[in-house]
Design a binder for this molecule. Structure first.
Ligand code: 5GP
Length: 128
């Protein structure tokens, strides 16, 4: 089955400039901006500019230049936030939710970068 992308999702609107955002970094193929409801002192979302629903969609169909740009942008933002390990930061968590079981709210690929405080266990135990 093919991937289906809804171009009316909120991040598509951000990319079209229809909704404002607090940009952290913009590159040729990616945009990083602050999450509107931060879950940690640092909570930045990184999205590709292309129309991809999820990480698996992106990995399967994006040109290599976009994948490289996206991966490097995530790393750069970690450094900008000072959470990266090379500069002695205390670390971070990357999360990319997909679909129903991933509890994805916005159907445009995004990587959450969370840091500035501990992020707890990776997932809740089943049934909690
Ligand atoms: P998901 O659950 O899809 O992984 O996460 C979607 C994220 O997008 C949530 O953390 C939510 O706070 C954030 N979000 C939803 N709408 C907006 C918006 O209009 N602007 C920004 N900056 N973040 C948003």
């Amino acid at each position: 089955m093919a991937y289906s992308y809804d171009s009316e999702n909120i991040f598509a609107k951000i990319l079209r400039g229809e909704i404002p955002n607090r940009t952290v970094l913009e590159t040729a193929h990616s945009l990083a901006f602050h999450d509107i409801r931060p879950q940690r002192p640092h909570h930045v979302l990184v999205i590709p500019k292309g129309a991809y629903v999820s990480y698996d969609h992106f990995a399967a169909e994006a040109p290599e230049a976009e994948i490289i740009d996206y991966t490097r942008t995530i790393g750069k933002v970690c450094r900008m936030l000072g959470v990266d390990l090379a500069s002695g930061g205390a670390g971070f968590r990357l999360i990319s939710n997909a679909g129903e079981h991933g509890v994805q709210e916005v159907p445009h690929l995004h990587m959450h970068i969370l840091g500035g405080a501990g992020t707890g266990r990776m997932v809740n135990p089943p049934g909690t």
